[in-house]
Design a protein around this ligand. Structure first.
Ligand code: FAD
Ligand code: UDP
Length: 373
């Protein structure tokens, strides 16, 4: 039976679901409160450069199904993320690998590096790490923790490293080879021509209508009445009018500048790891596409972490015990609505998803919706 779907949000979760619902012959309306599609992966061309408007986005995955899936909508370049850290003017390669250890300690071999790391880990010997600081020291030792982790992390999360959960730091790989690839995944790249074009291709189906500058909450009851099914990718607590309390988020402020030079910093991403500099990183957008852009021009963006309050962009869910517990209660409310509303994505599922994970989650919801009867 053909159904009428309303997709709230044109980010990756919404766009994948919209595409799949439309392909199955359903009538799909996508509403988006911003003035553009693609959610946080939106890219905009300025001076021939694809500008990542909401922060650096590098596609990486080991999920072959997802990698094949996105290739229907875009070709990818061979960009490999290899950020560099600037700590008080000294440059260190990331992630933590032989290049970093050589720069930090002047050592040359994996054996020397391991000996140094083990010596530094001693202060945590026999203790179970209880917070991010202890986790970092037991993983890599105090020198690297103090110079490359502490300042960055405390700026990013607005809290002391001793008050943060250990799991945040488990994402960072440690390698005893000279390899600056930030990710361990099998596949990596940036869609040629930008992410917006990729999402536009997902939404480019005759039975999909997109309405920009349209907020679900302006006509919530009407939408619930007029559509067979709603796929909601906004904040889950807001959907229920915050009736169980507010979930917490971290926000960001981006400061973008056009420079009349060809090459500002020589790398797409430079992290500023000391506490005294208020931003966490500077992105130079053209380096995601190997310098493509108008001659004599480059665009850079400084990323400042910020506290979140209602009305600001909720970039990161804060998955601590209090918020996860509250989310569980909201999810129970959501389950009661499941015959008419699907909750999805970073905000709808309150999860720190990467792009590949959000696509996989959306395809999972598609399966639940269409293949399990
Ligand atoms: P979103 O992209 O947030 O889309 C939700 C959409 O819903 C938005 O467009 C919003 O405007 C709209 N919306 C919300 N409420 C309403 C409403 N009431 N009415 C109408 N519309 C509404 N992932 C990676 O894999 N690699 C990276 O390098 C990477 N870097 C990142 C860097 C930053 C700074 C951030 C914040 C995230 C990064 N991510 C990265 C994660 C990636 O952005 C997400 O996984 C992905 O964008 C989530 O898609 P989504 O559809 O769930 O959410
Ligand atoms: N991190 C750090 N120093 C760095 C980069 C990252 O200490 O130079 C820590 C920080 O706590 C951050 C976590 O590692 O929150 C995860 O970083 P990643 O770059 O994977 O996360 P993103 O911000 O891109 O989601």
């Amino acid at each position: 039976m053909i159904k009428k779907y309303l997709i709230v949000g044109s980010g990756l979760f919404g766009a994948v679901f919209a595409h799949e619902a439309a392909k199955r012959g359903n009538k799909v309306t996508v509403i988006e409160k911003r003035d553009h599609i693609a959610g946080n992966i939106y890219t905009k061309e300025v001076d021939g450069i694809q500008v990542h408007q909401y922060g650096a986005h590098i596609f990486h995955t080991s999920n072959k199904e997802v990698w094949d899936y996105v290739h229907q909508f875009a070709d990818f370049n061979r960009y490999t993320n290899s950020p560099v850290a600037n700590y008080k003017g000294h440059m260190y390669n990331l992630p933590f690998n032989m290049n970093t250890f050589t720069q930090m300690w002047g050592i040359k071999t994996p054996q020397e590096a391991l000996a140094k790391i083990n010596e530094q880990r001693q202060e945590m010997a026999g203790k179970e790490p209880k917070n991010l600081e202890e986790q970092a020291i037991s993983l890599i030792g105090r020198d690297i923790y103090e110079k490359l982790i502490k300042g960055y992390t405390e700026k990013q999360w607005g809290r002391k490293a001793t008050e943060l959960p250990a799991f945040i730091i488990k994402r960072l790989p440690v390698r005893l080879i000279y390899d600056n690839n930030y990710f361990n995944d099998d596949y990596q790249g940036i869609p040629i021509g930008g992410y917006t074009k990729m999402v536009k291709n997902m939404l480019d189906e005759p039975n999909i209508t997109v309405e920009l500058n349209t907020d679900f909450f302006d006509k919530k009851e009407e939408y619930l009445k007029n559509y067979d099914k709603i796929v909601y990718t906004g904040m889950i607590d807001k959907f229920f009018d915050y009736k169980l309390g507010e979930l917490e988020y971290r926000s960001l402020r981006f400061e973008t500048e056009e420079k009349n030079i060809d090459n500002y910093q020589g790398n797409a991403v430079i992290n500023y790891t000391e506490a005294e500099i208020p931003y966490t990183r500077i992105i130079e957008h053209k380096h995601f596409e190997f310098g493509k852009g108008d001659e004599g021009k480059t665009i850079i963006t400084r990323e400042y972490p910020a506290d979140w309050k209602r009305g600001e962009e909720p970039y990161y869910p804060v998955n601590n015990a209090r918020n996860n517990e509250l989310y569980k209660q909201y999810r129970e409310l959501a389950q009661k609505e499941s015959s008419r509303v699907v909750f999805g994505g970073r905000l709808g599922q309150y999860k720190y998803y990467n792009m590949d994970q959000v696509i996989a989650a959306s395809l999972e919801s598609v399966k639940d919706e269409f293949d399990k009867q």
